[in-house]
Ligand binder design. Sequence first.
Ligand code: BES
Ligand code: MN
Ligand code: ZN
Length: 511
Amino acid sequence: MAEALRLCTMFKSITHTLRGVSDAYLFGYFGNGKGEGLPLDAATKATVARLGFADAVKSALARTEATGDAMTLIETFGGKNGTRILLVGLGAKERFKADACRGIAAAAGRKLAAVKGSSLTVCLDGALASAKVDEADAGNAFGEGFGLLGWVCDEFRGKGSPEPKRVKLTLRSSTADFGSGVDRGLALATSTNFARTLSQTPPNIATTGYMADQARKMAKQVGLSCKVFEEGDLERERFEGLINVGKASENKPCMIRLEYVPKGGAKGRKPVVLIGKTMTYDSGGLSLKVNNGMVGMKRDKDGGCAVLGAMHAIATIIKPRVRVVALLAVAENSISDEAYRPDDVIRYRNGVTVEVTNTDAEGRLVLADALCWACEKENPASIIDLATLTGGVVVALGSTFCGMFCENDKLRGAIEAAACKSGERVWRLPMHAEYRDMMKSPVADILNSNPNRKAHPIQGAAFLSYFVDEKVPWCHLDIAGVHVSERNAGMWVDGPTGWGVRILSEFLDAQ
Ligand code: BES
Ligand code: MN
Ligand code: ZN
């Protein structure tokens, strides 16, 4: 925890405790939805009085800006020492849910960072009880929001930037139940921030070998097993997609396999397999990306980064009852005289042959290796893959929903439940025999990209389906729209979101 928190932060560090006195206090009040705040609930009112804040809070809530609208903050000072009091609007009580606490934490955190406040006691218990919202769930969302807001990656700044002045922040929870949630949420944020820092790391540093080193290091730290297939191993295991896509780069491709085994063993249960596209850079290859299409392609490894972050969370806090195997297909899509080319044909270990029509549709080629390996060798209960696969999914869904392909109702239901809990939204896109037919090749079995530009995200999923055993429940998540944020608002800053760490964690927590 300490290690990863050091990387991040709008604050120098975040510590959480239940005891002590703070220099700022946070209370919540509901609104009537018509721009008017409602009076405090009885329990919060009693707490406010006990702390000697009654007069200050009363006059603050009488101000016109005390609308009660969700996530609005008003500030006042009260008590003997002029303690900072933050009153946060919670919106309409009937509509209030635990996940609103992410935004509330972000609003309070941004305020504290701005004023260099060093401690905050969160007193939302009364409001939560009056809205019948579970305290641990709310605390979890609050911890996530605070921890995610705290991510800043300074490692790549140098002498040309001023030294940031940041405060060590102590967060205090007013109740043990809320506090247990905050601990979990902060830990999930730590795992997510690990993925975000990897995403942010530039491609001249985060090479294929660097990703393998990071995986080994993390695995050792948290007690996961880790095996990296490289060089001769790739031929032995017939990872033909990786070999071909990675050929042109001096940074050699590899397949990283991590495994979590629950304490006391998995009791004969099949493992969940998580797969991540980990393209340390996607130049497009010989089908070179044009104009500015290449900028940002250091983030083409974010599927793998999210899987690594999820494995970190699994080993440190989630500790599910099932075995979890992670496979990261790692390569750099580059150009040289040794590059794979449009017109090449690749024969996979499951016997399927692929005609390459576009070297920029490289993600599916390396994921295919991981999918057929998983089906053949891992005896999976289910497979979930995450990939920044297509620009088309960004056009279709923007950065609000991740594109989901899953034809198994039970698995899809579990993924959707995890999406609700984590706030990482998924939207189902269709699969159909007609899309699979679009991928047929006149030369080989299938091609990697149909030259007519129809239904790109679905083409990607249709291609992948040729490498998954029909009996295995499988979910493909195209994260190209959601892995990065361009906004600096709420709990996000401009940069990587670590999308996938929390939804995968919640999915496994429910297994
Ligand atoms: N990594 C890209 C997809 C991508 C695009 C991710 C924009 C994030 C932002 C992927 O490898 C790619 O190049 N996809 C092509 C597929 C096409 C050649 C079939 C695309 O989406 O244009
Ligand atoms: Mn590409
Ligand atoms: Zn790519």
